[in-house]
Design a protein around this ligand. Structure first.
Ligand code: C2E
Ligand code: MG
Ligand code: MG
Ligand code: MG
Length: 285
């Protein structure tokens, strides 16, 4: 934000802001070559059915290991990638890598699950995105039904008319869409009805204090009930305790994702997790 304001001339810069924009500049320069230097990788976090506790999906989460700076949080570098346009090439890499990994797990005979991939505002503004995604699926051999794209509520509501048109195109191609971080933006319910989405992801900020905060309880119950009446599924993010799980399950939340089940894992560790939690289909389970 400090950087954005800087473009428009003199603004108030505290030393802290200057330091942070110097770091941003350094990160942005390094990010330009992160892809070719093989510094980006995906971690995968299980998504679990509340009732059966079976694996339903996995969310692909981007990680950047800078040789000197170490692990940089996506919360820090994704906004830079968005602002600079780098997110287009990085985002394409993410979709291809996640789809390829999903197909490789499918080929290994694990019970099928959906690969969920985050897409940014800039990606979703590209009219050719649906075709690009379809091409990638074709290239790696993953059927469309095994991919889901997560779009944040903020992005969806920023340009609802454009988003409705894009969602219809993904829908036509059999690619699922969900609304991420639901509850943090300002959803217009009339738009929600027109979006071709199948799932709402309840933001983790409502889950964190769920068992002690009456307001969070009420919000979560309302979101689940809203989703049900619109025919949408719900998944809660950031589930860390059995108490949260129990409340969510009792309210009718369909799926859970969080440290209670697993942290996001590198592909090899996720394979081990699959071996331990989901027997290959061929073993006759
Ligand atoms: P998100 O899509 O809402 O992802 C959920 C975040 O919650 C992830 O943070 C995940 O590691 C974290 N999380 C999962 N379970 C728990 C839990 O039980 N407790 C707590 N405290 N946190 C949990 P992460 O990996 O740092 O990603 C942050 C955000 O960066 C994501 O939020 C998403 O908006 C963005 N992001 C990550 N990967 C990508 C990507 O490939 N493309 C785009 N455009 N954005 C991405
Ligand atoms: Mg997400
Ligand atoms: Mg989220
Ligand atoms: Mg989030």
């Amino acid at each position: 934000r400090a950087k954005q304001e800087g473009r428009h001339g003199a603004r108030f810069f505290t030393p802290e802001m200057q330091a942070s924009s110097a770091r941003n500049l350094q990160l942005l320069n390094a990010l330009r070559s992160a892809l070719e230097r093989d510094e980006l990788t995906l971690h995968y976090q299980p998504q679990i059915a509340a009732g059966s506790r079976r694996l339903i999906g996995a969310e692909a989460l981007l990680r950047w290991r800078h040789p000197e700076l170490g692990l940089v949080s996506p919360a820090e570098f994704i906004p830079l990638a968005e602002e600079s346009g780098l997110i287009l090439s990085i985002g394409e890499w993410v979709i291809r890598t996640a789809a390829r990994q999903a197909e490789s797990w499918r080929q290994a005979g694990f019970p099928p699950f959906i690969m969920a991939v985050n897409v940014s505002a800039a990606q979703f503004k590209q009219p050719e995105l649906p075709e690009l995604v379809a091409d990638i699926l074709h290239e790696v051999g993953l059927p469309a039904e095994y991919l889901e794209l997560e779009l944040t509520e903020g992005v969806a509501m920023h340009n609802p008319q454009g988003v409705i048109a894009m969602m219809a195109q993904f829908h036509e191609r059999g690619i699922r869409m969900s609304i991420d971080d639901f509850g943090t933006g300002y959803s217009s319910l009339s738009y929600l009805k027109k979006f071709k989405v199948y799932k709402l992801k309840i933001d983790q900020s409502f889950v964190r204090d769920l068992t002690s905060d009456q307001e969070d309880k009420a919000i979560v119950a309302a979101v689940i009930s809203l989703a049900k009446s619109l025919g949408l599924k719900t998944i809660a993010e950031g589930v860390e305790t059995v108490e949260q799980l129990d409340y969510l399950h009792q309210q009718g939340c369909d799926e859970m994702q969080g440290y209670l089940f697993s942290k996001p894992l590198p592909a090899e560790a996720f394979t081990d997790w699959l071996r331990a939690h989901a027997e290959p289909a061929s073993s006759g389970d």
